[in-house]
Design a protein around this ligand. Structure first.
Ligand code: G3P
Length: 228
């Protein structure tokens, strides 16, 4: 499973990129608003993220257009900002139509706000490069987000779509992940990618037994070196 970070915060991206295992970045309007982003700076900010992570690391930038024509126009504009931009579109009829046009032009789309198997399959058929089923928001309404993700993963991998074969085919981004346990379950079911908030990534890299074990090693090493 590949690790993406789900944030628009440059310092968070820079820190996690320094770990050497960051494979992508996803943003959305809420994450951009969270860092105090302004409309006039949006495209410059996306370019900064793209330059920070490098051309081989996909960066999802979301279109806020509401018509097919608007999504196509904004998608083309965003894709022209940097070679690693992926246009994020929310699943709806207008976005499916826009995805088809953009995919035929070689522009990668990450179809987001996926909450069902039919939504995911429609996105793949329309030519989405990435499909983002949400987990945590399903849990928020008393449903089982991991169970739903499992259904999406199984259904999507039942078929070939004929899109993006030179890049390994359509990939599933497990999104709205809130815990390390969500990440574990997404990996066990074989989801291609997990996009994870900064705070959850920090939790993924640690474990209480790792902390305890390190403290014991340090204490014992002081006995060896006589530094006590
Ligand atoms: O990638 C989607 C993600 O940003 C949504 O997360 O926690 O707002 O449901 P959340």
């Amino acid at each position: 499973m590949k690790f993406f970070i789900d944030t628009a915060d440059l310092s968070e991206i820079e820190e996690i990129a320094s770990w050497g295992c960051l494979a992508g970045v996803t943003t959305n309007p809420s994450l951009y608003a969270k860092i105090g982003g302004k409309l006039a700076d949006f495209e410059d900010h996306m370019v900064k993220i793209c330059k920070l992570v490098g051309d081989d690391v996909p960066v999802s930038a979301e279109s806020t257009a509401t018509t097919t024509e608007g999504m196509i126009e904004e998608g083309r504009r965003l894709a022209a900002l940097a070679p690693n931009i992926v246009v994020k579109l929310p699943i709806c009829p207008e976005a499916l139509a826009a995805t088809r046009v953009l995919a035929e032009e070689g522009i990668r789309v990450n179809m987001t706000l996926i909450f069902s198997v039919p939504q995911a399959l429609l996105a793949a058929r329309a030519g989405a490069r990435y499909i983002s089923p949400f987990v945590g928001r399903f849990d928020d309404i008393g449903e089982d987000g991991i169970d739903q993700l499992d259904s999406v993963v199984s259904a999507v991998y039942n078929y070939d779509y004929g899109w993006w074969e030179d890049e390994g085919g359509v990939e599933i981004i497990s999104a709205s992940l809130r815990t390390a346990q969500h990440v574990t379950q997404a990996a066990l079911m074989g989801a291609d990618i997990a996009t994870i908030p900064y705070a959850t990534l920090k939790k993924c890299v640690t474990h209480p037994l790792t902390v305890n074990g390190l403290a014991a090693f340090e204490a014992d090493w002081k006995k060896v070196t006589g530094a006590e």
